[in-house]
Design a protein around this ligand. Sequence first.
Ligand SMILES: Cc1cc2nc3c(=O)[nH]c(=O)nc-3n(C[C@H](O)[C@H](O)[C@H](O)COP(=O)(O)OP(=O)(O)OC[C@H]3O[C@@H](n4cnc5c(N)ncnc54)[C@H](O)[C@@H]3O)c2cc1C
Length: 405
Amino acid sequence: MTAARRRVVVIGAGPVGLCLSLALAQQDIPVTLIEALRGDNFLEQVPRAGTNHPATLEMFDRIGLYARLEPRGIIAPIFHYWDRAENRLVAAFDHRHLKDDTRFPYVLQCERIKIVEEALDMAKAHPAIDLRLATTFTRFVQNGSGIVAHVCDPAGEEDAVEGAYLVSCEGARSIVRKDLDIEFEGFTYSDLTLNIEVAYDFRRHGYAERNYISDPTEWSNLFHWKGPPDRWRVHFPLEVGEEETACRPETLQARLQAFLPTGRAFEIVGTNVYTVHQRVAKRFRLGRAILAGDAAHVNSPIGAMGMNSGVHDAFNLADKLTQVLRGEADEDVLDRYVRQRRHVAVKHTQAQTIRNKRLLAERDPQVRRKSLDELARTAEDPVRARAFLLRASLIESLREAEQIL
Ligand SMILES: Cc1cc2nc3c(=O)[nH]c(=O)nc-3n(C[C@H](O)[C@H](O)[C@H](O)COP(=O)(O)OP(=O)(O)OC[C@H]3O[C@@H](n4cnc5c(N)ncnc54)[C@H](O)[C@@H]3O)c2cc1C
């Protein structure tokens, strides 16, 4: 086969596109990776994913990425559920219950931007990856034997890249998904999420590195990121229209003081507001064009499943594309990718993240009490805690997907 007939064109050097490209390249499959950003402006992206689950760490390890990330992250075996209304720790879940299920019985708190930086360095150094930064994908055509991706290069010139398959790892606004007229089924939450980054050590108040905080009026998430400077991220719900006032310094301080009264101003190092969608593409593949990561599914960040499940897509797809391009499997195997990963997106990631938000935001006092008591009992029972953690860390979703033919 000629190089173009074996080449995979990957759009988007986010965590999913980079993992897919590295996994393919390490199997000697040539890749062209197209990314609109320049490489020196990746840091301008808003803060996003950062909790990496055990199964994801195993995959990062497979391509040599884990060793680069561990020193830049925080190993966190324990996470907490808190009841803000009563200011009490409800449940502490310990990933060490998974010691026989994974080589990594913990999450690694390591932000998306660091993952992208490290993986990008590896991609730049890999001879099988033709990395094109500052290059914007605009459209594509396909026929029975290949695809042509049209891009706008750094000089603003049109260029065409040929390959056997096109994988959209462009994120939620995927042009490929829209051009193929694939429905993005689901809904958008009516409230927004406010993210405040604070330089303050919340551990002195008993919090773990990762906390989910239930409250009938103002639920939140609280996560620790390694510096410099050391930072904590706090999420709060926000009504549409409140964005401008909510981001004023005095309003941010008041909100943080209501959350944790310290009597001293918090050092705020960043804020942003985002809309949360729960959506899954109706199809993940149409001919030679395939969707992965946020291009195929998006969900609330409560539970840290978006990037993790996207990275799981990448590795699943890399194995199957490698088999097809080496002539070891029929193209139908790509439909198995769709069956497996769409099942995970709908039955696990969507279902679990919707449940997670409902649990944190529940207003009915009796339902709240019942759910939190149940959570406490689960955390205390090693058998139930392990089952809970297998689900929460997406290991169960991978095992279930393996059974899908
Ligand atoms: C506040 C927040 C917190 C989150 N926290 C978590 C968490 O803790 N854990 C978790 O698992 N998930 C989390 N997520 C979700 C996570 O960030 C996403 O699921 C993840 O980044 C998706 O990766 P991706 O590679 O599919 O897409 P992206 O990260 O969106 O990357 C897409 C890439 O494609 C490029 N691109 C787009 N269009 C084009 C084009 N036309 N041409 C060329 N390049 C293009 C973009 O520049 C970008 O680099 C969070 C999300 C948010 C908003």
